[in-house]
Design a protein around this ligand. Structure first.
Ligand code: ZN
Length: 240
């Protein structure tokens, strides 16, 4: 049994389709989404439809929350505010209700999923180093938890202390805990513009991050055609 675990799609349909095609090639039969389906790029409704059609476990991201709220946008930078106003206008009432109904944390089989952190999931804090990861580990009751939010894949491993596991895959050992950032499908920010997601091979007890090519030019053209900030198209090429 293989799970494809993906998130931070951010309305990038071309990247989502490429990830799903790769997951199929990798013989993934189960899918799990760790949130931020919408925001930034040009196909929020289409990405939402795609994820809904998978009928898989999904948790809520901060952009899913913001896009489905009626509240005034406060505290966002002008770029984010412009993109969020556009996103809200391109989701229908049913899309927004579906996003509102998402849960913050879920257990799937023997692992947990959350968008940002396990200690305070609705505060949307960022885990960028092993010290940040420690707080989440205190609230992790399964051996493995998958998360996103920083848009940079990373493996945090807890044995007697917390460390970062280098490389693109990890063999799970019993007695240890794993807090795994699967990276971003639609807006990678680790300097590598290729979409990122994780394949969890349950029988082999192995988690591997996959980076794949996609039709970025089309995604960028759609952003410009939609009248979204051109900077959002540029950053896709830069991977940040
Ligand atoms: Zn995100």
């Amino acid at each position: 049994m293989k799970f494809a675990i993906f998130g931070d799609i951010h309305a990038n349909l071309e990247a989502l389709e490429a990830v799903m095609a790769d997951a199929e090639q990798q013989s993934c039969t189960h899918f799990v989404c760790i949130g931020d389906i919408v925001g930034y790029n040009a196909n929020p409704h289409e990405c939402l439809d795609f994820v809904r059609s998978l009928d898989c476990p999904v948790v809520k991201g901060n952009h899913d929350e913001e896009a489905s709220a009626d509240t005034e946008l406060i505290g966002l930078n002008p770029l984010a505010e412009q993109a969020m106003t556009w996103t809200r206008a391109h989701l229908d009432a049913e899309d927004k209700q579906w996003l509102r109904d998402l849960r913050m944390v879920r257990q799937v089989r023997d692992f947990t999923i959350v968008h940002a952190t396990l200690d305070t999931p609705s505060s949307w804090g960022y885990i960028t180093n092993k010290f940040d990861a420690m707080a989440s580990f205190s609230y992790q009751y399964t051996p493995v938890c998958f998360f996103g939010h920083t848009h940079a894949p990373k493996f945090y491993v807890k044995s007697s202390s917390v460390n970062v596991h280098p490389g693109l895959s990890v063999d799970l050992e019993s007695g240890k805990k794993y807090f795994i950032n699967v990276g971003s499908v639609g807006q990678p920010r680790d300097g590598d513009p290729r979409p990122s997601y994780a394949v969890y091979d349950v029988s082999a007890q192995r988690v591997a991050i996959r980076r794949i090519e996609y039709d970025m030019a089309t995604a960028q053209r759609k952003i410009l055609d939609a009248g979204l900030p051109p900077m959002l198209a540029e950053r896709l090429s830069l991977g940040k």
